[in-house]
Ligand binder design. Structure first.
Ligand code: SAM
Length: 311
């Protein structure tokens, strides 16, 4: 794909390595975006193989339906991936999936389109919703949020040291006029920051935090991971790419818990095999190669973790 709205799929070789696509298998791309990974999966499927592509962003799904219109092996659903169980039940596909990819976070087209409000680099309406058909925009939320809640969000999802100063800045500014554009928020953050970090835009952390809150991203990931595991058949694999440490910590903890034997009371009669968790971790977490880093700087913080359902 080329052009300003292209999306270079990250860790593509590593993902394909992890999924080990079986030509007649049934796969899920839980975060279709612009379909970079989907296209690579389709290449390895034969005529019986199927791909279910999900995205909560209606534009991603519209793009997919248009650009993959001649591709009978792919189906699209505009849903939050944590709702996948309903979609699989309708298709009688529970526990029948060979592999799932979750490429978390926002896509380049979402970031690059000023009209979506995700970017502190271009001015636009302060929206930040991935699913523009429901929920509250960042602007609406900032108009009503209380100081303490805003401080908590900026700290929890942005690890922002100056959370309280920024939150005060927001509350003061909105008394003058509503905060409806990204440039206004950038300005408030810049004014509130007593020191500037080198090589990092002062609004990076706050924009990430507000976006994660508006889209309830961690909550979706937590319930989504569980839902995707429920979809896998024995031998099926779940590949997850995270983009920052908060996401990665959650994925790591989730996967670790799935491969850890539960601690049982000593005097309980249990058979050995009962205790073995039905999952295993596949390899070590993977990050971008030097070559990928050079071609696509956005791959810098991407990290891939893979879990396999054994039985
Ligand atoms: C990093 S991009 C994926 C890019 C894609 N792999 C490609 O090659 O084009 C993440 C996508 O996941 C979507 N997304 C994020 N959270 C989601 C969720 N909870 N449910 C469904 N889609 C989600 C976003 O809307 C975005 O389009």
């Amino acid at each position: 794909m080329t052009g300003a709205h292209s999306h270079q799929p990250v860790l593509l070789d590593e993902v394909m390595d992890a999924l080990k696509v079986q030509p007649e298998g049934y796969y899920i791309d839980a975060t279709f975006g612009r379909g970079g990974h989907s296209a690579a999966i389709l290449e390895q499927l034969n005529e019986q193989g199927r791909l279910l592509a999900l995205d909560r962003d209606p534009r991603a799904i519209a793009y997919g339906r248009e650009h993959f219109a001649d591709e009978p092996r792919i189906e699209f659903e505009h849903i939050n991936f944590n709702q996948v169980a309903d979609v699989l039940a309708q298709r009688q596909l529970e526990s029948n999936i060979n592999g799932v990819l979750m490429d978390l976070g926002v896509s380049s087209p979402q970031l690059d389109d000023a009209g979506r409000g995700f970017s502190f680099m271009h001015n636009g309406p302060l929206d930040m919703r991935m699913d523009t058909t429901r929920g509250e925009s960042a602007s609406e939320w900032l108009a009503r949020v209380e100081l303490e809640e805003l401080v908590t969000v900026l700290k929890r999802y942005g690890e922002e040291k100056f959370a309280r100063r920024i939150a005060h800045g927001v509350i003061e500014a909105r008394q003058q006029q509503p905060i409806t554009e990204t440039a206004q928020l950038v300005n408030i953050i810049e004014q509130a920051m007593p020191v500037k970090e080198k090589h990092k835009h002062p609004a990076t952390r706050s924009f990430q935090a507000i976006r994660m809150h508006i889209n309830q991203e961690l909550q979706s990931i937590e319930t989504g991971l569980e839902a995707m595991l429920g979809a896998l058949k024995p031998g099926g694999r779940l590949a997850v790419i995270s983009f920052h440490s908060i996401e990665d910590r959650l994925v790591k903890r989730f996967m670790k818990a799935k491969v850890t034997r539960p601690v049982l009371p000593k005097n309980l009669p249990v058979f050995d095999t009962d205790e073995d968790p039905p999952y295993r971790l596949v390899g070590k977490p993977r990050t971008a190669s030097a070559q990928e880093l050079e071609n696509n700087p956005r791959s810098r913080s991407a990290r891939l973790r893979v879990l396999e359902r054994i039985r």
